[in-house]
Design a binder for this molecule. Structure first.
Ligand code: ZN
Ligand code: ZN
Ligand code: ZN
Length: 103
């Protein structure tokens, strides 16, 4: 759970917090096109209640770790692509599977 106060801090100086090294996986990212509108690993409908993430390396769309199938994690394990971000409009965040934290 991210409090409003922390969100305000994030909007300011993300790199100035100093508690963790920056994620080098963010370097050299280029915009990707989503490869699909729903999880590419789930059967139709399986991902209806899942948060959908897109791989920031290749645009693969998969269900998040909060879903039963966790296809985004599977994609990382199969490809080594470390970064995922939510597909839906709303709060912007990125998860790095290599660093195991938000980046
Ligand atoms: Zn990283
Ligand atoms: Zn899935
Ligand atoms: Zn990928």
């Amino acid at each position: 759970m991210i409090s409003r106060q922390n969100q305000a801090l994030d909007a300011g100086a993300t790199s100035a917090r100093g508690w963790a090294p920056p994620c080098e996986h963010l370097d050299g990212l280029v915009p990707v096109t989503l490869q699909s509108a729903c999880c590419r690993g789930c059967q139709a409908g399986d991902d209806r209640r899942a948060t959908l993430l897109t791989c920031l390396t290749c645009g693969w769309v998969a269900c998040s770790d909060g879903s039963p199938n966790q296809h985004a994690k599977t994609h990382y394990e199969e490809t080594g692509h470390p970064l995922a971000a939510p597909v839906a409009p709303g709060p912007r965040w990125r998860w790095c599977y290599a660093h195991q934290r938000l980046v």
